[in-house]
Design a protein around this ligand. Structure first.
Ligand code: EPU
Length: 445
């Protein structure tokens, strides 16, 4: 059985909701606590399934995780870090991509680590070759076994000069979490510089690390012998904020996203304005609204920071079905992130997906057989349909489409959304959505 959300759409979302710490930062800051020899305190932690998964993994490795006095506060005590049983780690396989980031800290603390088969959204192959190459360059030994991948550090890890083939977020975090306690200096070229990475660097600096971020994606880390715990308030989730902004635009609504910050969303805000959306920024957050009139089509390409995030692409595409004219979206981060448009087409959207690069940004997928460019022709009224949630962001986008569509939609597999959107049904209620839940047999997309 799977949980089905039945939505009666066609009404504007209006009201105020709050976003808390960024899913793609909080999980990494939790892993960083393994590197300290005193407890850490992380604030503004959202109640999402990814946090539960990382909590479970840390507990398996002997970290004491408890809830603090403040709402959304986690206390992480790594005093008794120990090797977890492989079978227990594997029980988390399929749940998250975070286990790969345990490697550096566990190699420093215990000399070995095990990576199960990784989960996360199916939006491309999502290999971990950069991670394994990076670990090897620090001196780790990587062995592929039937149960997964074993990594060991026969000798203390040593700082090194590295250059990533692509500014991968995860591989940059792998380098940071490993280099801070490696012997000597590490220089990383072609690093990712997302705001979530800047916040992880801030956490590591609080712990005692020495990290400088230069121009042109170069990060330099001087290894230290000892790190302590940290106290830190997580930066807000700019993906969730943008998702609600797109929901406001697609439904002709008005949503105040408390906690949203302008700075990490500059690129999104520019696009939102060009499409015809309006926003007001205040000390508490950002109010996103449809100012009336028609929306404009746009040509855009997803990219690493400071470009337009791939995770903003899917919710925006739903809003673009309501814009006048032809919009073009070239996805350059993941090769397979347009699977979700098939459901939108069934709901009445006119979207065509192409193998060619419809844009000029450097792209690794141009000469391959990946449908990674989309042309959206609008405006097209959407009508309710039965939809199966494919992945986290695609699923939220389906939800936006259901909210914007006339008639009733049944969104199957809605549980996936709990991975990254805190209390989303309470937020839908607060914004005046008309919906109910039921259990139904699993429907495949
Ligand atoms: N890549 C490789 N080899 C590697 C690592 C990455 O080829 O070893 C490729 C990927 O296949 C992809 C590209 O490099 O084509 C970028 O991947 P990246 O490593 O930057 O992504 P990630 O660290 O796995 C994080 C977020 C994603 C977000 C991306 C890009 C987390 C847990 N996930 O993934 O978030 O889309 O960065 O910003 O932080 C989401 O929240 O829904 C989500 C998918």
């Amino acid at each position: 059985m799977s949980t089905v959300l039945t939505v009666d759409g066609g009404r504007p979302l209006t009201g105020s909701i709050q976003v808390r710490g960024a899913k793609n930062f909080v999980s990494k800051a939790m892993v960083a606590s393994l590197l300290g020899d005193t407890p850490s305190r992380l604030r503004n932690v959202p109640a999402i399934r990814d946090v539960s998964v990382v909590t479970g993994l840390l507990q398996l490795h002997g970290v004491d995780v408890s809830v603090g006095d403040e709402d959304g506060e986690l206390l992480l005590d790594p005093a008794n870090v120990e090797q977890a049983h492989v079978a227990d780690i594997d029980a988390h396989a399929g749940a998250s991509r975070i286990p790969v980031l345990f490697c550096g800290p566990l190699l420093h603390r215990l000399g070995e680590a095990h990576i199960p088969d990784l989960g996360g959204c199916r939006i491309g192959d999502r290999p971990i070759n950069y991670h394994l190459d990076v670990l090897r360059q620090f001196g780790a030994v990587v062995e592929k076994r039937t149960q997964g991948i074993w990594i060991s550090a026969p000798r203390p890890l040593r700082g090194t000069r590295l250059e990533l083939p692509y500014p991968s977020v995860g591989a940059t975090e792998q380098v940071l979490l490993t280099a801070v306690r490696a012997q000597g200096v590490t220089e990383l070229r072609n690093a990712a510089i997302e705001p979530e990475i800047a916040d992880l660097i801030a956490v590591l600096q609080k712990m005692g690390a020495v990290i400088s971020v230069g121009t042109d994606r170069v990060i330099r880390i001087e290894g230290v012998d000892r790190l302590t715990g940290y106290t830190h308030r997580a930066l807000p989730d700019r993906i969730e904020a943008a998702s609600w902004a797109c929901a406001a635009l697609a439904t002709g609504g008005d949503v105040h996203v408390v906690g949203a910050q302008q700075q990490p969303m500059l690129t999104f805000l520019n696009v939102f304005r060009k499409v015809g959306g309006a926003f007001d920024i205040d000390d508490d957050g950002i109010r996103f609204f449809h100012p009336g009139g028609r929306l404009n089509s746009i040509a855009l390409e997803t990219d690493v920071h400071p470009g337009f995030m791939t995770d903003w692409q899917q919710p925006l595409v739903v809003a673009l079905t309501q814009a006048s004219g032809l919009s073009i979206v070239h996805e350059t981060v993941y090769e397979n992130r347009f699977g979700f448009v098939e459901a939108l087409q069934r709901m009445g959207a006119t979207i065509q997906v192409y193998r060619e690069c419809l844009g000029s940004a450097p792209c690794r997928f141009g000469s391959q057989d990946f449908r990674h460019s989309a042309v959206i022709s609008g405006p097209t009224p959407l009508r309710g349909a039965d939809i199966v949630v494919p992945d986290l962001r695609g699923g939220f986008s389906h939800l936006i489409a259901a909210l914007a569509a006339e008639g009733t939609s049944r969104v199957h597999g809605i549980d996936i959304i709990d991975r990254g959107y805190e209390h989303f049904s309470a937020k839908l209620t607060a914004l005046g959505a008309d919906f109910s839940y039921e259990e139904a047999p699993v429907l495949t997309g």
